[in-house]
Design a protein around this ligand. Sequence first.
Ligand SMILES: [Zn+2]
Ligand SMILES: [Zn+2]
Length: 152
Amino acid sequence: MSALNLPAEGGCRCGKVRLKVSAKPLLTMACHCTGCQSMSSSAYSLSVAIPSDGFEVTRGEPVIGGLHGSMSHHYFCPHCMTWMFTRTEGMEFFVNLRPTMLDDASWFTPFIETWTREKLAFAETGAKRSYEALPEMAAYEGLIKEYMGSQA
Ligand SMILES: [Zn+2]
Ligand SMILES: [Zn+2]
């Protein structure tokens, strides 16, 4: 498994929003839920959890999209409408970045996959751990340790 080289820069499809990552990822994920299928226009979404203090929007003003719900805040480029990253209410210590926003996403593989009970029959991600829904909250600490330990 290859690791993300830091600092890493990235941006949306049109380049009006740019961002920078300067902290090691906590966990990588693929999500098969039907909400992610809709928002990604694809079989599943990809996420890399980055500590919030190591994540910065360096250009542009992302806007809220998706369901505009109170739990998850999905940020999009206001011009090209790329779904860029997600912040979760009550979990402000990390940001879930779509790894394909990074200029180099070749290092990415999903460590866990979630909501496999909603997945399209063909969709395989190669993730190490699969969950029918989400892992228990208490499991994340161990998953983060295991993932970070695998990124020498
Ligand atoms: Zn854009
Ligand atoms: Zn999802």
